[in-house]
Ligand binder design. Structure first.
Ligand SMILES: [Mn+2]
Length: 227
């Protein structure tokens, strides 16, 4: 009996050929959970973000700014991120602090969840229509922050939401994630459509760029680092 167990152990051990990612059912690699929880509290806002990169698109968003909630739910859904955002802010002044600070904390969550950025595809791009609106997002999660914002919206507001805050949100997100983001609007009349097409394009581009590239070991850079 004892000898039998011993021989089983002895033959089983060499079957694990490499590292610590054993095959599940002989097929799927078990990858580490890429997620982050980030909180930030200032005299103006309090923001908590939970992010899982390899999610299913579930959003639980409550920022006190309904239009931003709608945009972030769309972002989670189309990027297949699981995203929880809870924010309270000085909305009696205006939405500016809250929208910008949600961008900051979401960016920090991406940075934290990506770690040293090893294994990611790094680049992503998507062009998304919403009726007459058409927007392209191109992203390089390079560690270098740069936003090229080429979106012109004539209307000052969508409902109560100031359209200029889209720029502030994207700048905060870009800076804190440490990425290069180009946003180009090709067409659009309705400001709701323009902003929503922008978030959807961003979601799809970031889904690609944050995805794990199975052919890659280490970081996708000839420099050897993305941090
Ligand atoms: Mn909508």
């Amino acid at each position: 009996m004892e000898a039998k167990n011993k021989s089983r152990t002895a033959t089983a051990a060499p079957a694990r050929t490499h590292d610590d990612t054993p095959a599940v059912n002989g097929a799927t690699l078990s990858l580490p959970v890429r997620s982050a929880d980030v909180n930030r509290k200032t005299r103006e806002t309090s923001v908590a973000v939970g992010l899982r990169l390899d999610g299913t698109g579930r959003g639980e968003i409550s920022t006190g700014v309904p239009f931003l909630d709608h945009m972030l739910e769309s972002f989670a859904r189309h990027g297949f991120f699981d995203l929880r955002v809870a924010a309270t802010g000085d909305l009696h002044i205006d939405d500016h602090h809250t929208v910008e600070d949600v961008g900051i904390v979401l960016g920090r969550a991406f940075r934290q969840a990506l770690g040293d950025r090893s294994g990611i595809r790094r680049f992503g791009s998507a062009t998304v229509p919403l009726d007459e609106a058409l927007c392209t997002a191109v992203v390089d999660i390079s560690g270098r922050a740069y936003l090229a914002y080429n979106i012109e919206i004539k209307e000052e507001r969508v409902g109560n939401f100031q359209t200029i805050l889209l720029h502030d949100f994207m700048k905060a997100l870009t800076d804190e994630t440490g990425m290069n983001l180009h946003l180009n609007l090709h067409a659009g009349r309705n400001p709701h459509h323009i902003v929503e097409a922008t978030f959807k394009a961003l979601a799809r581009a970031m889904d690609q760029a944050t995805a794990i590239e199975p052919r890659l070991s280490g970081v996708l850079s000839t420099k050897g680092t993305l941090s």
